[in-house]
Ligand binder design. Structure first.
Ligand code: ADP
Length: 603
């Protein structure tokens, strides 16, 4: 990084700090100014009182100094104590705000970025570095140190200025102190750089191990793995893997600490030699009668304080520069672009309901893969149509839906809504026109109503109606708290457990509640028993009403009620038409799949 880039980075980080953590910065500045300044009050007044006594000053002067010493100390102390609880609350809020900003970014990120291994590593590193005190947290410490040390430097200089201007102190002594101070700054900077180099390397090498260790811990903490880990006795295997990671990390941490300790030896030595020389000089001056007893104590405190503050300030300026590598990574996470939000067109609300969607020569490769998941897909469907998407596993059905819902953008070709490329629409508005139930949908440990509405508040009547249409009526009636019943026990001991089939019905009710013009169901009955499956099929047209329904399945019998069926194979649409017309083509894939499955349905 060039010096200019360092300055730019520092400015951006300070701006960020001020924008999101203003209260904390203000409280911190107040707290540390007074905290750093108040030891100088007794230092100054003690010297004054000793000098007063030594010089036989009037009692009133001595008492005035005593009152001022106690009063000002009390005032400073009072301000520090007043700010402290506010600082501690602001500190906690800073943690929460940072976590919130981090999570918000993750939520708003493009789906393809979330899936990318590079982004996953970046996210994990940024989180790890925040939790171990780098990036913005290091900057906060630096700001605190600037405030503290600058205050100490000002106070030390103000109280010791007479030392540097005194003719009683020999010039070599003054120059010696300044010279040693410069040496101490250089040694300090060198040690800080070395320390940071060792620490940076340590964290660089740790990032992958830490990410892996977090993922293994998730296997233990995440409830959804609990059944499999127990049934297949995987606990000890997972725990021993975590222990292996810990052992490696502990050994590396020990080595890092040892190296840092050795690197710090010159810093400690120079600082102690400097203090020793300062003492010697002051004692010598006192013996020569160049300063009073009171002044000696004052100068000792101020010069030692000045040395500590200057070296602290230099250390933190240097650390700030080194921290810029971490800040760069921190900002690179927040700067990950989201191309999904480039469109601005509003989705036209047509009275005639004449919407149509068209895939025009659409091909798609998943990020970081070389093979096409979809190849040259062309299809057009109108609102109100019931479209079934069928094909073997891995033929591209879900990918087709993911592209339609803009979880990804096509690699080639375009998708049009009413003749306009979907990229041109406002993303949030475009997403509003789809209700989707993916195969791997997730329910939350919230109330049933909140799960259906996907919101903290909901319309209980509408929730009930949607659950009824999705075939959940009987179970719903048996729930003591109705829509207020919690799912699972994470937030409520009396929460209910539900079967896979019931979960699927709730997910279906969620899609109905959203009431969008498009309803997309990806294998919506895969976990249902045959009776429930039959019920859903027979009421499918009632459930979807005049909405455009896209229905994905590899069970062909469940697709007969759709107006149109597209058959996917190896990422391409190889057949398109009604059930009867597709079946009549005896050489087609549909006929082949139908015949293969027919034996399960004929009886
Ligand atoms: P289907 O829904 O028909 O079972 P998919 O659309 O899920 O098929 O998958 C089509 C192809 O894309 C498969 O070869 C699958 O392995 C691949 N694929 C699916 N999801 C991803 C992903 N996130 N990253 C890379 N490849 C993927």
């Amino acid at each position: 990084m060039t010096f200019k880039e360092h300055i730019k980075m520092e400015r951006r980080a300070l701006k960020e700090l001020w924008q999101h953590h203003r209260t904390y910065v203000i409280c911190m500045c107040l707290f540390f100014v007074f905290q750093a300044a108040y030891p100088y009050i007794p230092t100054y007044f003690s010297a004054e009182i000793i000098n007063n006594l030594y010089e036989g000053a009037p009692l009133s002067t001595i008492i005035t100094n005593v009152v001022l010493a106690v009063g000002l100390t009390f005032l400073c102390h009072g301000i520090v104590r007043f700010v402290q609880p506010r600082l501690s609350v602001a500190h906690g809020n800073t943690f929460k705000t940072e976590d919130w900003l981090y999570s918000k970014k993750a939520m708003e990120m493009e789906y393809s970025s979330i899936e990318s291994p590079d982004v996953a590593l970046l996210r994990s590193r940024v989180r790890q570095e925040s939790h171990t005190g780098f990036n913005l947290w290091n900057l906060l410490r630096s700001v605190r140190s600037y405030v503290e040390n600058i205050t100490r430097i000002i106070c030390s200089l103000a109280l010791s200025i007479s030392f540097f201007t005194s003719s009683g102190v020999p010039l070599f002594g003054k120059l010696g102190i300044v010279g040693f101070l410069v040496i101490s700054i250089i040694v300090d900077a060198f040690c800080t750089a070395k320390n940071q180099e060792i620490t940076n390397k340590f964290w660089d090498d740790s990032s992958v191990v830490n990410m892996m260790s977090d993922k293994y811990e998730d296997l233990i903490n995440n409830y959804s793995y609990a059944k499999d880990t127990r049934l297949y006795s995987m606990e000890s295997g997972i725990l021993s893997r975590i222990k292996e990671f810990d052992t490696v990390e502990n050994k590396r941490e020990f080595k890092r600490s040892l190296k840092c300790m050795l690197v710090n030896i010159p810093r400690v030595l120079v600082a102690d030699i400097l203090k020793f020389c300062a003492y010697m000089l002051l004692i010598w001056c006192s013996i020569q009668g160049a300063m009073s007893v009171g002044d000696i104590t004052k100068y000792v405190v101020c010069i030692v304080g000045l040395i500590g503050a200057v070296s602290g300030l230099v250390k933190y300026i240097h650390l700030s520069f080194l921290n810029h590598t971490y800040l760069e990574r921190y900002f690179s996470y927040f700067d990950i672009p989201n191309n999904m939000y480039q469109g601005s067109l509003t989705v036209e609300k047509r009275m005639d309901n004449e919407y149509y969607v068209e895939f025009r020569n659409v091909s798609f490769k998943y990020p970081n893969t070389d093979t096409y998941a979809l190849k040259n897909v062309n299809v057009k469907f109108k609102i109100g149509e019931k479209l079934a998407v069928v094909g073997m596993n891995g033929s591209g059905k879900t990918t087709f839906i993911k592209l339609l819902c803009r979880l990804y953008d096509p690699t080639e070709g375009e998708i049009l809504l009413n003749g306009v490329n979907i990229k041109k629409y406002d993303y949030d508005e475009y997403m509003q026109i789809f209700s989707v139930v993916f195969q791997d949908f997730k329910l939350f440990a919230f109330t049933l109503g909140q799960n259906v509405a996907c919101a903290p508040t909901y319309d209980p009547k509408k929730v009930e109606e949607c659950l009824k249409n999705a075939g959940f009526e009987d179970r719903y009636k048996s729930l003591p708290d109705g829509a207020e019943t919690y799912l699972y026990k994470r937030f409520d001991k009396s929460g209910i457990e539900i079967s896979g089939g019931e979960a699927q019905k709730i997910a279906l009710a969620r899609a109905l509640y959203k009431d969008s013009p498009f309803i997309i169901l990806d294998e919506p009955t895969s976990a249902l028993d045959p009776v429930s499956e039959y019920e859903i099929y027979s009421s499918f047209n009632t459930i979807t009403g005049d909405k455009t329904a896209i229905y994905i399945s590899h069970r062909l019998a469940s697709c007969r009620f759709c107006d149109n069926i597209v058959v996917f194979d190896n990422g391409s649409i190889i057949q398109h038409g009604s059930h009867e017309s597709l079946l009549s083509n005896k050489n087609g894939k549909y006929h082949e799949l139908w015949t293969a499955q027919a034996q399960y349905y004929t009886k």
